[in-house]
Design a protein around this ligand. Structure first.
Ligand code: ADP
Ligand code: MG
Length: 700
């Protein structure tokens, strides 16, 4: 049955076959694993008098009036009454009865929906201007008074594609379910993995999800917590783990240059550094050093909150590669950040006699050609840049190590492309990915299961906590007075203007206006401005002036999120913080609290604040624990949004949700290991069932 072609079902001709193929459905098995997204309760006809706004209901009644209305938009208005609600014209005006409203309608519909007709309708009720109404209800004409008993099951709603009605999906899945009763679907999970799990068997789970019984708990179903969903979510997680493990095994078959190094440069770095590594940093440096020593490409994810000190760890890895006679590349998500990395690393590497290269968009013509030549000939020991480094004209002579500072922006695809820039003759380079979005370990194991994980859990000592206040913008004057005070005392401040989802031009404009207003309001305070529309050189001059203490207040757009490190800056104002994600706020705030003085962050919101926004800002005020903040952010926005995988389309689950189903991760991993070790024959069909269309999985 898993392999039976869909066209063996009734009513599947070439056109339907083509539509199904669009969704990756080729077999009856594929169809059974095409699960409803939600369910409707059509088991009950709701009397019109009980209809409430916001509910999806099935109603039945007689058309009392129908008119075309020529308001702002032409529409067909059809009034429905039922026996219990003998609304007359007056009632109708006073709010009785139910209005069905159609913005698109055919002459045939107009003719059919005339007074006296009996209808059964389904749709979402909303409060119209004068009465309750349903816009574009599903409806059918029926015999008066009552239509036949509705089906005693919840009605499934399937994800669809153009040209496929829900009724067609129901017809097809009816047939598939009938076949399911004769022949069970193939069970790919080992019996010992399922033993003890609170799941129904596969056939029962599929039957239940396609046609939930009337007594099914609609909420459990919708939230996908029902055991039948969990059974399939588990299988999907296993399939995912199997594919990532295979990916990993294939990495392990590739060779990488072994980069043991002689430790000389790294000893030199320890002498140059103005601080000692924390135990967490030492641990991670050790993990990376061990990976680099092996002739297998390192695939390691380094998690550490903003300010936890990841850069110096990267520097140790870079030096180990250089000691071994190889080049390293470091990529950052923005040009500004790549520049800061370059400058920061230069202060550490120059004393060791090494000159890192910064490859930026501004390098053009002869200059660029010169840099490219140095990179290609292996003369540049460390190359820092943005993702421009993966552009095709950049060739490395002896690339041994790639470091990606992703700040949750790069996805797996870029990682792959970089790997292809392999070292001349030495196999694939080692890879270290650094992220400032700390995600729960079990989630990391699902999303990044092809990577090893290192964590810097505690920041370097000597940081004072940042006192955070949530303040309405009606108290703007008081906030400005605080800046005056701080700057008067020789400290520096940031003012961050946020216009999320707006163009960079609008953001720049808002920042410019704010800078002007603050300059006027704060005589004696030296105000600088940075935004994404400035030329890099201009921005750099301003940043340098701020870092050198020649400016007191820096007005900025969110470009500074990933940009700057000025320990004397101890006050940050964030305007409209309610528009930003929690992780982003946390990262922004991380720009202060880097020195010894107590720092403050003011979240200047525009009142009124929704209850949800109040909670979110409250969390930021309460905690500086990046893990907690990230977890909350994940819970609210979903893993795909926060981790940036949605854009790259690398990880999409059909049933499972790696966050919601975290409790299944460990078991899914054990099962994946078991399958790979002892049930290799199910690997292909299992991956086909769940990941069939996505060729980046499994095929290497
Ligand atoms: P992130 O993890 O956000 O990239 P950085 O690498 O930029 O953090 O480090 C933040 C700041 O902490 C930098 O100024 C860095 O020099 C400093 N730092 C890093 N490690 C230590 C340490 N062990 N002791 C003191 N300061 C440190
Ligand atoms: Mg960093």
């Amino acid at each position: 049955m898993d392999c039976q072609p869909v066209q063996t079902l009734d009513r599947v001709g070439p056109r339907v076959q083509e539509r199904l193929a669009r969704l990756g459905i080729h077999t009856v098995g594929d169809l059974l694993f095409h699960l409803p997204v939600r369910y409707q309760d059509r088991t009950r006809v709701v009397p019109l008098a009980e209809v409430r706004p916001g509910a999806e209901v099935q109603v039945e009644g007689q058309v009392s009036d129908a008119q075309i209305s020529y308001g702002r938009r032409r529409s067909l208005k059809v009034w429905l009454t039922d026996a219990a609600d003998p609304a007359d014209a007056e009632d109708r005006l006073s709010g009785g009865g139910l209005l069905l409203r159609f913005f698109h309608f055919s002459p045939q519909q107009l003719a059919a929906l005339r007074p006296g007709a009996h209808l059964r309708c389904y749709g979402e009720v909303r409060q119209g201007p004068n009465s309750l109404e349903i816009i574009h209800p599903e409806y059918r004409l029926c015999e008066a008074p009552a239509a036949p008993e509705p089906a005693p099951r919840l009605t499934p709603i399937y994800p669809s594609t153009e040209g496929m009605q829900q009724s067609a999906w129901r017809g097809l899945t009816d047939q598939a379910l009938a076949l399911l009763e004769q022949l069970a679907p193939a069970e790919y999970l080992p019996a010992e993995s399922l033993a003890g799990m609170p799941f129904p068997d596969l056939r029962a789970a599929l039957r239940y999800l396609h046609r939930p019984p009337l007594e099914a708990h609609l909420e459990d179903l919708l939230e996908r917590r029902h055991p039948a969903f969990l059974r399939l979510a588990f299988e999907e997680l296993v399939a995912h783990q199997v594919s990532l493990r295979r990916l990993r095994q294939s990495h392990a078959r590739v060779t990488a240059p072994a980069l043991p190094g002689d430790g000389g440069l790294r000893r030199g770095l320890r002498e140059v550094l103005p601080f000692r590594l924390t135990p967490d940093q030492e641990q991670v440096v050790g993990e990376i050093a061990a990976d680099l020593t092996r002739a297998v490409p390192m695939q390691r994810l380094l998690q550490g909150d903003v300010g936890s000190g990841k850069t110096v760890v990267a520097a140790f890895a870079v030096l180990q590669a250089i000691e071994s006679g190889y080049q390293a590349a470091l990529m950052a998500p923005t040009e500004l950040l790549s520049e800061q990395h370059w400058k920061g690393l230069r202060t550490w590497l120059q004393p060791l006699g090494l000159e890192p290269v910064w490859l930026a968009g501004r390098h053009k013509g002869r200059e660029r050609a010169g840099l490219l030549a140095a990179i290609a000939e292996g003369r540049a020991p460390l190359v820092v840049g943005t993702h421009a480094l993966i552009q095709d004209d950049v060739r490395f002579g002896r690339l041994g190590l790639i470091i990606i500072d992703e700040q949750h922006r790069f996805g797996v695809h870029q990682r792959m492309r970089l790997r292809d820039k392999g070292a001349g003759g030495g196999g694939a380079p080692h890879q270290l990915i650094m992220t400032a979005t700390p995600i729960p370990r079990s989630l990391a194991m699902t999303v990044y299961a092809d990577l090893d994980l290192s964590v810097i859990a505690r920041p370097p000592p000597g940081r004072t906590p940042i006192a955070t206040a949530v303040v309405p913008d009606t108290r703007r004057d008081a906030v400005i007075a605080r800046i005056h005070e701080a700057c008067g005392a020789g400290r520096q401040a940031y003012w961050v203007c946020t216009l999320i989802d707006e163009s960079e031009a609008l953001q720049a404009q808002a920042a410019e206006e704010t800078a002007l207003a603050l300059t006027a309001a704060l005589p004696g305070v030296r105000v600088g401005l940075v935004h994404g529309r400035q030329r890099a050189a201009e921005r750099e001059t301003v940043m340098a002036a701020f870092a050198a203490g020649a400016l007191d207040l820096l007005v900025a757009t969110t470009v500074i999120e990933v940009g700057v490190d000025v320990p004397n800056a101890s006050l940050m104002i964030i305007e409209n913080p309610e528009r930003l994600g929690l992780s982003q706020l946390h990262q922004l705030r991380g720009r202060v609290g880097r020195g010894a003085v107590a720092s403050h962050c003011v979240l200047l919101y525009r009142a009124p604040l929704s209850a949800a926004a109040r909670d979110r800002l409250g969390l930021i005020r309460e905690t500086q624990d990046g893990f907690r903040i990230a977890e909350e952010d994940l819970r609210m926005r979903g893993a795909g949004e926060v981790l940036g995988t949605r854009q790259t389309g690398t990880i999409e689950f059909r049933v499972a949700d790696p966050l919601r189903d975290q409790h299944l991760t460990a078991a899914a991993q054990r099962t994946a290991d078991l399958i790979l070790a002892r049930y290799a024959h199910v690997v292909e069909p299992l991956m086909h069932r769940w990941l069939g269309q996505r060729e980046e999985y499994g095929q290497i």
